[in-house]
Design a protein around this ligand. Structure first.
Ligand code: ZN
Length: 126
């Protein structure tokens, strides 16, 4: 895919958060496509996942980074998540912890935390 820019999103499988995350990454980081890796409650899975699960996710990220040249990996949590039904505070903790875990995988990428709020707007988790 020469000339096309990709980002990678580690997103919830929830249908409500796909488009907001894709639009946000396209607008803010000027990418053409977003590779989507999904699980129910992805933020919790990253923060608390066992090594086997994390290895599987790492293999998927590697395809996006090595084959598509993605330079950005976003970790997403959202309001009203059926897969991770906890308070916002806990989601933010999971997102930050997930960021550290993805950073420790040593892909040459920028790792971002994103929160999708109850109005389905995307905010960067500092
Ligand atoms: Zn969810």
């Amino acid at each position: 895919m020469k000339g096309k820019k990709f980002a990678t999103a580690l997103n919830c499988m929830d249908g409500r958060v796909q488009e907001p995350v894709i639009k946000f990454l396209k607008n803010k980081y000027k990418v053409d496509f977003v590779d989507m890796i999904t699980e129910p409650g992805m933020d919790k899975i990253l923060a608390e996942g066992d090594q086997k699960t994390l290895n599987g996710i790492s293999q998927k990220i590697a395809i996006s980074v090595k084959k598509h040249g993605s330079k950005i990996v976003a970790i997403v949590g959202h309001e009203d998540c059926a897969g991770n039904p906890v308070e916002k505070e806990k989601h933010i903790y999971h997102i930050k912890r997930g960021k550290k875990i993805i950073e420790s995988m040593n892909f040459q990428v920028k790792v971002l935390g994103l929160w999708v709020n109850g109005k389905w707007k995307v905010e960067i988790v500092k």
